[in-house]
Design a binder for this molecule. Sequence first.
Ligand SMILES: Nc1ncnc2c1ncn2[C@@H]1O[C@H](COP(=O)(O)OP(=O)(O)OP(=O)(O)O)[C@@H](O)[C@H]1O
Ligand SMILES: [Mg+2]
Length: 492
Amino acid sequence: MTAPTAGGLLDVEQFAARVLGRPLWPHQLEVARSPARYRVVCAGRQVGKSVLLAVLALHAAATRRNVTVLIVSAGEDAAKRLLADVAGLATGSAALSGSVLDETKSALTLSNGSTIRSVPASERAIRGWPVDLLIVDEAGFVSDEIWRSAEPAIIARPGSRVIATSSPWGGPDAWFRSLWRRGMDRPDEQVAAWHWPSTVSPLVDAALLEEIRQREPADYFTREYLAEWGDAAGAYFTEDELTGAAAGYELRDPGTVPVHGRALWPMVGGVDWGQAVDANALVTLSVLDPADALDMRWRLYVPWLEAQHRAPWSSWIDRLVEVSGRFGMRVLASERNGVGAYPTEDLEDRLHRERVRTRVAPVWTDARRKQAGFGKLRTLLQGDRLVLPRHPELLKQLRALEFEQLPAGGVRIAVPERAGHDDLAMALMQAMSCVQTGRLRDALGASGAPSWRPDRDVVTTGRGAAVPRRPVPMQSSRWMDLPAGEAAGDGW
Ligand SMILES: Nc1ncnc2c1ncn2[C@@H]1O[C@H](COP(=O)(O)OP(=O)(O)OP(=O)(O)O)[C@@H](O)[C@H]1O
Ligand SMILES: [Mg+2]
């Protein structure tokens, strides 16, 4: 069918409201009405991207005969889902009820001869169709190669147009990002751009957003909800984050802990098993008593860490059993993929035989786990909740940690080979997985005063937090946890 009005084609606002029964929100309307040939939207989650794209696809197809609309999505599922949204809107409309979805669910044909085709972004799928409206969904994930092969198909067609939406993803030179930048800086009849953080949706409430912000790693929230571009690659921690958290307190050598003093050291640890060049490493975490802090805030700190170079696993396991026994370590997170599978089992066995009551939490490290773990570390650093020792090798490794956004989504976090080892950084990340910061509370102090004496021997972090030179951990294990998601890739 064709939906005419007395004066010509039905405008998109009326089409959405009257034909589809789905009036557009103001921010959607602004994009829908823009005359620019390229419309580019950088958007957060749940802001109405899919609804807008579905409405625009149907509007283009229904108001003219024999039009081709091509929807390109980053993946097969996404392509099918978006076309299902389109078909859903069409079915709900009496005027479009003659539309037919083909059995592969990849094309919707209207009774006026127009077609809406939805394909995953692969070169073969999109080359060569003359297209009147090209819709690119999650455009940040569509590679430059694919874009270059899709674009000529539309510019050859008079009056043809492009709309691209995505969460912010891709390096500064990637096509979506540079087109969006161009549209934001110099909008004209060729290119126009919009920025939709999740707050533009009338359905997204501030309280929910705040809850998500607290729960998710900062970079994830910034990207997915604020719709702001992070860098595509670079140093994972900033120099400020690291020097701000470092203080010259004394590490506590387990050899100096009285054997019967176990209960004094509520502590969790993370183990990294070295391969060829890497060392075996252990990093531990405890909590500084908030009642001892001038500002009464809890902070995690690293009471002890060590690495063993080029030592056989058997001697490293001996060492871990000894250290765990000395401190009365509660939990040791140990990687069970890669080289860690066998030694993790062995460690568990040895602890059991020596009657050391440390729980071994075998963990599976993959890209998502690293992203979650290092994200949590960064959140704690930014919030002034973690104190690091001035340990040159640990700080060097954390400085060398780099991230890179991957074209397929996800982030790779690693110390590049040229920059050396990552064993201590990884062990710290593993230890962090045994901590439930949600269970920690700042001290309220009945008297309102810290149990602090001005003569106490303290050192300060780069951000000015005072830490005892010889810190003693808080006598509580409430904050400890077995890492969630011992199965592959689960969250924390
Ligand atoms: N104009 C509108 N009127 C009423 N509800 C709408 C409108 N646009 C979107 N919605 C609703 O808002 C929610 C999010 O919409 P939509 O799925 O289009 O967002 P999205 O940005 O594609 O989300 P995601 O980031 O999850 O892909 C859905 O429940 C949808 O029905
Ligand atoms: Mg969507």
